[in-house]
Design a protein around this ligand. Structure first.
Ligand code: ZN
Ligand code: ZN
Length: 609
């Protein structure tokens, strides 16, 4: 990559690599901020700087922390609140609570594969004198919990290195880091860090810097304008989120300020479900005239007991079919036990089956380590008869990308089992990690068009007792809101489509995690969803531990517009390794000529040969 840099004042430079690196110079020595792209070394050489004596980091994300080893005599300074996410990363990577049943996303997994030595930690107000400059640390959480801004007073001016709080005027690098619960788990906190982000941006504004220098993004010479535009856009985007959010049904107290909002969809009344249905936990049960049961999902052993009780009471003879709506743990945790108790056919959509039969291959919200056996995999539109009911299976990317829907027709009803995708308040997209894609024929647009076409008499959610439905006007309103979101979220990001900033998994490793014995060869795929209207070229390179003494050559492919694709790597595992267990393999990505650094990772669990 061609390297370049800009001079901000006599002593201050910024190197533009995949992230911006601040270079504060004092003769032939320098203090660096966010040296994340190793190409900064070329700029140092060009400026005649021979000693990078200090390195300061705004936050713990892997892409802004060194692709090169740090020499012994370099002082490394980090936010005090994030020190363990620099110096003790093994704790994060080895703790199952950061791997399974994910409802909390702080810290974020964009963390270094190996720890770095930290010499200094900074809290709010800390000052550092360097040459003729004075640096002041401001704690500015939002993008990450412990992010800081470094204010630099130098050459009669004040510059603010703001980390990833803001990308450009009115823009932000991505949105999934803002997934944070205030009164709930992070899982329910779409844009939950927006108030924290706002407070941090106001704090930066109060300091009256002449320019903002972000980690990702461009130098902003009009901080007021940049901040105002971002806050305005975020507020508008949030409003478009709340206006049709299913979460208003579950947590009305979170949205009191929007109560009775004239442009928000009013919340529906429910209606009683037909008498041949039963609802326990997240499980719906259909009882046929023959007393056979069709069961959907099994999140806890308690469900099994309740079905057995129905058998004791003579309401149910046997369970003959079982459908899995989606992969979330509260729907699949007890499936292995269910399958042992009730020997029946298990059916799931192909996209759902991919996750529940091999959960170790994925790192997704609420993921369960329970492995489900699937006997029949359905494709979109497959139909079959079950007793007096006609069942039709759909790929239904509503609450999550990995989700199915089931239309059940019979006994005078057209019932649509939508998993967790709707409540009477609207659509369930409050966790960005679930991959709620915006656009034509994807995500909720696809789901709503299907509901429009099928016109079910009853829609069911696994967590809600009453049935409900939507009027044509309500469906049209939701579709209009989604179309508006596609526009307003696209404006928010430095990408040509909103999904890049919202869908964390547009680049992903498959399998995310795999067990592999020493001396064997691991297969790893990098999969990419191109959300643009043009073909995109992507290159990827897995970064192996330096102790393995080998490099994997870069792979490259072109992905068609609005399509997914990818390529594989064969990675030989050394015969001997100092330690067995989990090894994090970051993958360096360049997309459409834009370098993204070590953007994603995979995990190899090494076992004895
Ligand atoms: Zn970041
Ligand atoms: Zn769910």
């Amino acid at each position: 990559m061609e390297t370049h840099f800009a001079q901000l004042s006599e002593h201050l430079y910024v190197h533009h690599g995949h992230v911006n690196t601040g270079i504060l110079r004092d003769g032939d020595r320098a203090l660096l901020i966010d040296p994340g792209d190793p190409t900064f070394q070329t700029t140092l050489a060009e400026l005649g700087i021979t000693k990078a004596e200090r390195m300061l980091f705004t936050h713990h994300h892997r892409d802004n922390i060194l692709g090169v080893p740090i020499a012994e005599n370099v002082r490394v300074g980090v936010p005090a609140k994030e020190v363990s996410w620099f110096a003790e990363v093994e704790t994060f990577w080895n703790d199952p609570k950061y791997r399974w049943h994910l409802y909390n996303y702080h810290p974020h997994n964009l963390m270094r594969a190996d720890a770095i030595r930290v010499t200094d930690t900074y809290t709010d107000g800390a000052q550092i004198t360097w040459g003729s400059a004075v640096l002041t640390v401001l704690e500015t959480p939002g993008h990450t919990d412990g992010s800081v801004t470094y204010l630099i007073d130098v050459d009669g001016k004040r510059f603010a290195f703001t980390g990833d709080l803001i990308y450009d005027e009115g823009k932000i690098w991505e949105l999934y880091s803002l997934q944070k619960g205030q009164q709930t788990s992070d899982y329910h906190g779409f844009l939950g860090a927006k108030d924290e982000l706002k407070e941090s941006l106001e704090k930066v504004r109060q300091a009256s810097p002449t320019a903002l220098i972000p980690t990702h993004g461009v130098v902003m010479n009009d901080p007021d304008k940049a901040i105002d535009m971002l806050l305005e856009r975020l507020a508008y985007c949030y409003d478009k989120y709340v206006s049709i959010s299913a979460l208003r049904h579950y947590f009305p107290q979170l949205f009191e300020e929007f109560d009775g909002h004239p442009r928000h969809m009013p919340i529906r009344e429910g209606k009683p479900p037909p008498e041949f249905l039963r609802h326990f936990g997240t499980t719906w049960l259909i009882i046929s005239e023959t007393d056979e049961a069709f069961v959907m999902d099994c999140g806890s052993p308690n469900i099994i007991k309740q079905i057995q009780q129905l058998q004791v009471e003579g309401e149910v003879s046997e369970v003959t079919q079982f459908w899995v709506t989606h992969y979330h743990d509260d729907h699949v945790n007890a499936i292995p036990e269910f399958q042992e108790t009730f020997p029946c056919e298990t059916i799931a959509d192909s996209v759902v089956a991919a996750v529940i039969t091999n959960p170790i291959g994925f790192r997704l919200p609420c993921i369960s380590p329970s492995v489900t056996r699937v006997d029949r995999i359905t494709q979109d539109g497959d139909s079959w008869q079950w007793n007096e009911f006609t069942m039709t299976a759909y790929y239904f990317p509503g609450q999550t990308y990995y989700h199915g829907g089931l239309l059940v027709e019979g006994r005078g009803a057209r019932m649509f089992f939508a998993g967790d995708s709707f409540t009477m308040a609207g659509i369930d997209d409050y966790c960005s990690g679930n991959r709620n894609l915006l656009g034509k024929d994807v995500g909720y647009e696809k789901c709503l068009h299907l509901i429009q076409e099928l016109k079910p008499t009853h829609i069911f959610n696994c967590h809600v007792d009453p049935a409900f439905d939507f009027t044509d006007a309500e469906i049209a309103f939701m579709l209009d809101t989604l179309a508006e979101r596609e526009k307003c979220y696209t404006e928010l990001f430095p990408w040509d489509h909103a999904n890049y900033g919202m869908d964390e998994h547009w680049v992903r490793c498959y399998p995310y995690e795999q067990e592999i014995a020493l001396g064997e060869t691991a297969q790893l795929r990098v999969e990419i969803t191109n959300h643009s209207d043009e073909p995109r070229t992507v290159t990827a390179q897995p970064i192996l531990p330096t102790s393995w003494g080998m490099e994997i050559s870069t792979g490259e492919t072109t992905i068609l517009p609005r399509a997914a694709g990818g390529f594989g790597f064969s990675i030989p595992i050394p015969q001997h390794c100092e330690t067995l267990g989990r090894v994090v393999i970051p993958v360096d990505i360049t997309y459409n000529a834009r370098p993204l650094g070590q953007f994603r990772e995979a995990i190899f669990v090494l076992t004895g040969g």
